[in-house]
Design a protein around this ligand. Structure first.
Ligand SMILES: [Zn+2]
Length: 409
């Protein structure tokens, strides 16, 4: 199966390359903001709208202006990509999928895309405008046809390249297991077969270090050099913790997809509806969304059937043996005995079993008219196409994409 994957590697630019990278980050942001401003003011003046081609034409003219001569040092395709992002942001706004585009600030936008002419070999990355290749730490081999690359600088001061490729993926061996998956806080995942995956607990050492470094930061004088250095230290601890979390989520989602052929899960809105009174929600929220996303695309890649249950039903409160609903069940009740059929139930496993049952019911009713393989293949094709479009259109998405290999350390 052909899939689109992103490999993320740490890179080690030279001093000179860092300077040119900084120019690329800055110019890309400048172009984005400049044309956002132009679009906004024209609209206010005359209610006219500009599109990508209008902007691209103006950009060519702008580069001939002495004042903006420095734009010529930048890979022109990178700047055009910024215009495309702006166009995408507008379109998403018009389609009511996103808020109105806003100006990009330096602190959250140290990245740019290289759409074409990328050469990568033996840990050396060649991109337009860079005379020497950039050194890359290839911690796992890059395979496939390169589509585009995104270079970024993190608040920790580290540089990364994400290379998106089209590559052949060998699916996991088929199994006949069906599973319902419930998301939780104490355990991140509870499967209907009783398997539980813990929520990542970043070690105390990391937590202590974060608190220590943050306290140091608060003592520094605003605007001072030492404060700036301390911010980098705090960012590094954050980065380490987020890497641990990210790897843990990947291990969890891979394991669930590897071991099961059919996977039923609730949509996030349903999960939230049921658990929103919980304090740890905010923390769990991010993990849930990411985990769901990973299980979804890994199911596609491995020819698994992924079913989402999006109708609200009391999955925790319903006895999965006799369907009795125990309406006075509280969050504290981890185990309960069904007053109707007297079976002993583990709260979370019972919920997962209900999700599985509900999911299979939905799946079978959908399949009522179509044959399984036809329906499955059609959705796969549609999803793949959508993925590809998304991958191209939104640079922002690179931070959410499949980053199975993270340069740790
Ligand atoms: Zn019962």
């Amino acid at each position: 199966m052909v899939v689109i994957k992103t490999f993320k590697y740490r890179c080690y630019p030279t001093k000179e390359q860092k300077r040119l990278l900084a120019k690329h980050f800055g110019s890309k942001r400048f172009v984005y903001n400049y044309f956002l401003n132009e679009r906004k003011s024209l609209y206010l003046e005359s209610k006219e709208t500009l599109n990508y081609y209008d902007n691209a034409k103006s950009l060519t003219a702008l580069k001939k202006d002495e004042q903006y001569e420095w734009l010529n040092e930048i890979n022109s395709q990178t700047l055009q990509a910024a215009l495309r992002d702006l166009d995408t942001a507008y379109n998403r706004f018009f389609r009511k999928q996103a808020r109105f585009p806003c100006f990009k600030a330096k602190h959250n936008n140290q990245l740019f895309r290289v759409p074409q002419f990328i050469k990568y070999e033996n840990g050396e990355l060649k991109i337009p405008k860079f005379k020497q290749p950039i050194k890359v730490n290839e911690d796992r081999p890059l395979t496939g046809k390169i589509l585009f690359a995104t270079l970024s600088k993190k608040p920790s001061g580290k540089y990364f390249v994400s290379i998106t490729v089209e590559t052949e993926h060998t699916p996991y061996a088929p199994t006949d297991k069906e599973v319902g998956v419930d998301l939780g806080i104490k355990d991140l995942v509870i499967c209907s077969d009783g398997t539980k995956y813990s929520n990542i607990k970043t070690t105390n050492t990391n937590k202590k270090q974060l608190i220590y470094e943050q306290r140091q930061l608060s003592k520094k004088i605003k605007g001072s050099n030492s404060r700036w250095r301390q911010r980098v230290k705090v960012a590094r601890v954050h980065e380490r913790i987020s890497n641990i979390r990210h790897n843990h989520l990947h291990q969890t989602s891979s394991s669930i997809v590897r071991e099961n052929q059919t996977i039923c899960m609730e949509t996030l809105t349903v999960v939230n509806m049921m658990k929103n009174h919980c304090l740890a929600k905010a923390i769990a929220d991010a993990s849930w969304g990411e985990l769901l996303r990973q299980i979804k695309y890994k199911s596609e890649w491995n020819e698994r059937t992924f079913i989402q249950v999006d109708r609200f039903f009391p999955s925790s409160k319903t006895c999965n043996k006799c369907k009795y609903i125990k309406s006075d069940l509280t969050l504290k009740d981890r185990e309960w005995v069904c007053p109707s059929c007297f079976v002993e139930l583990d709260r979370d496993v019972n919920a997962a079993e209900n999700i599985l049952e509900q999911g299979l019911k939905i799946y079978n009713s959908v399949l009522g008219t179509k044959s399984e393989s036809v329906a499955h293949r059609a959705t796969l094709r549609k999803q793949n196409k959508q993925k590809r479009e998304e991958a191209f259109s939104l640079e922002k998405s690179t931070s959410h994409e499949t980053q199975e290999s993270l340069a740790l350390g």
